[in-house]
Design a protein around this ligand. Structure first.
Ligand code: AMP
Ligand code: GLY
Length: 436
């Protein structure tokens, strides 16, 4: 079987590894946006091109006779790469453009949840002018969030008390978005603990992955600017220490209700991965956002634990029989830590050499935004490499990840606190205080 992988970050490196473990021994070809030596090693053909150009992707797929395509990142989904591949007769893991609005438009998602009475939605309104902005801000008081209604890599969201210190600040951010010609959403600020619950979807049936907690802030102690995610962990019991089992069941039910709503709305199924970014609050689990793909870093936590054949999972997604597949994950804890360029995310250094030669156990080292020239690895300006510690307990997994990621040499930094008992205990106490 010939499988086309689109994208070339650490998440796609994890996908390539999951494919390589398949007993069906598929051949992987990769249409990449950067030179990822990890994926290159696992691919029969590796070509760099514009992954946001549907025709370029289809031509590559046809050139190599791809039977199945897997779209890693959100950008190709937004421009209809799945639609173009399906039109060319290539089965695709990744939703069509209209269904991918679940990620690409925050307003669309909020309206969908409201229309289908899915009780995961905070109070919100969608705007394209300042009309009504002051009113909703007065209603919400100090508890508001303002979001650009489009893909911004997490950077279009501004939260009261964090990035916006007054209603005047909020209004000037709204004006900025109006100037850019975009819509925006103002919604209630939710207080609680965030977690990610990703599900494989064949349009009707879901297979849920273990929940994961990501860390968006750049620096130790959850300080500094928001990033694409500095690291993440999952626990061996497939729960999270600050959540109840009911919280996770609730999130799974929200994902199923959303898939059902999408089918009713578009008369066709969502085939790919639905990633719910949830928050556990005193009023139950609420949805912060949906993504239409695997999380990065969350994908690196769950894919290495997948006991089942990933190719079978993909076939279940595209053929609509995911419910007939046996999908299970190993009961182990994982901690993923990213090393990122100095200055990331606002002014990252770029083009600097890095050295990973001290890492001896490379099976859980994932390449992300790197470049390789004449055998030398360089930072390419975003999250650089990730390491996933896998063990029976979270503390052992954390110790492994910390030991290995610390061996990466160069102008980089990582968060030493991700997955530590101290930080996890803080999350547990925060949730306990809210609930009592
Ligand atoms: P998003 O791109 O929607 O995931 O937002 C990025 C980050 O902003 C989230 O991970 C949250 O930390 C924060 N955020 C977004 N929406 C809300 C909300 N309604 N209440 C509290 N925090 C939020
Ligand atoms: N972990 C955040 C994301 O994948 O969007």
């Amino acid at each position: 079987m010939m499988i086309l992988l689109i994208g070339s970050g650490a998440r796609e490196h994890a996908i390539a590894r999951a494919l390589a473990r398949s007993p069906q021994k598929p051949t992987t070809v990769c249409f990449a946006s950067n030179n990822n030596p990890g994926i290159q090693e696992l691919s029969a053909y590796f070509t760099m091109g514009d992954i946001k150009n549907p025709q370029a992707v289809v031509s590559f797929a046809q050139q190599y006779g791809a039977d199945l395509a897997i779209i890693g990142p959100e950008a190709p989904l937004e421009v209809g790469v799945a639609d173009a591949l399906l039109d060319a007769g290539i089965s695709t893991v990744g939703p069509k453009k209209a269904l991918a609005q679940i990620e690409t438009s925050k307003g669309f998602t909020r309206d969908l949840l409201k229309k289908y009475n899915i009780p995961s939605c905070p109070r919100y309104r969608v705007f394209s002018s300042l009309d009504g902005v002051s009113e909703i801000l007065s209603e919400l008081g100090e508890k508001y969030v303002v979001k650009f209604d489009g893909l911004m890599g997490g950077k279009g969201v501004k939260v009261a008390g964090d990035h916006l210190l007054s209603h005047e600040d909020a209004i000037s951010y709204c004006q900025e978005m109006i100037k850019r010609g975009g819509k925006f959403v103002i919604e209630e600020k939710l207080i609680g603990q965030e977690f990610s619950l990703m599900s494989f979807s064949d349009g009707d049936h879901l297979a849920h992955m273990p929940p994961v907690q990501d860390h968006k802030r750049a620096y130790v102690g959850d300080t500094g600017p928001n990033t694409g995610g500095m690291g993440s962990y999952s626990d061996s019991n497939h729960l999270l220490p600050f959540l109840t089992e009911e919280d996770i069941v609730q999130a799974q039910e929200f994902n199923q209700a959303t898939i059902d709503a999408l089918k009713k709305e578009f008369w066709e199924g969502y085939k790919g991965i639905l990633y719910g970014g949830f928050i556990a609050t005193v009023d139950g689990v609420k949805l912060i956002e949906y993504n239409a793909r695997l999380g990065d870093p969350e994908g690196m936590n769950v894919l290495p634990l997948l006991e089942s054949d990933f190719v079978e999972v993909c076939l279940g997604i595209v053929n609509g029989n995911l419910n007939q597949k046996d999908i299970s994950f190993r009961n182990q804890a994982t901690v993923c830590k990213y090393a990122v360029p100095e200055g990331y995310p606002d002014s990252p250094v770029k083009g600097e050499p890095i050295d990973i030669s001290e890492i001896t156990e490379t099976s859980q080292l994932y390449y992300a935004s790197v470049d390789m020239q004449d055998g030398q690895l360089y930072e390419a300006g975003s999250r650089t490499v990730a390491y996933v510690g896998i063990a029976e307990t979270l503390s052992e997994a954390e110790a492994k990840a910390e030991a290995e990621i610390s061996k990466v040499r160069g102008p980089l930094f990582h968060r030493t606190d991700i997955g530590t008992e101290e930080l996890i205990q803080k999350r547990v106490e925060h949730m306990y205080k809210l609930r009592c």
